[in-house]
Design a protein around this ligand. Structure first.
Ligand SMILES: [Zn+2]
Length: 133
């Protein structure tokens, strides 16, 4: 079994009915966390953009081995942030995720953003670029 096959993860996403499943599918495809028991989730209106700090659930997952962490939000109107533009949502997500990089230093971090019915996934690095180091 490869190390990837043993990996555990955590995904924080919006509860939005249009995007929660697509976000999970995109996270699994990007990270090879394919089994039903490979990662924890935390869903709330607004997704990762709604939390200013690491949640109890995120800390629990990290303390129990999650080393692939996904931070998700979406555009097209989010119930957690009525009236916000897609660009606002994307900026809020990125700002939140950058805070979380420092909180979970041993994890690989991914940004997931839903828009137009699709979910874009990109690695988030400590250098500030969105390319993998
Ligand atoms: Zn939402």
């Amino acid at each position: 079994m490869t190390p990837e096959g043993d990996a555990l993860g955590f995904l924080q996403l919006c509860a939005d009915k249009r995007y929660h499943r697509k976000t999970m599918d995109a996270f699994e495809a990007a990270t090879a966390l394919t089994g039903p028991d490979r990662y924890w989730i935390e869903a709330t209106a607004g997704g990762a953009a709604a939390f200013a700090e690491p949640t109890l659930t995120a800390r629990y997952a990290y303390e129990n081995g999650a080393r692939i962490m996904g931070w998700a939000a979406h555009g097209d109107g989010c119930g957690g942030f009525p009236g916000r533009s897609d660009a606002d949502m994307q900026a809020m997500l990125e700002a939140a995720a950058r805070e979380l990089l420092a909180e979970f230093p041993d994890a690989d971090h991914w940004l997931l953003f839903g828009q137009g019915g699709r979910v874009e996934v990109s690695p988030l690095t400590r250098s500030g670029s969105s390319e993998r180091a």
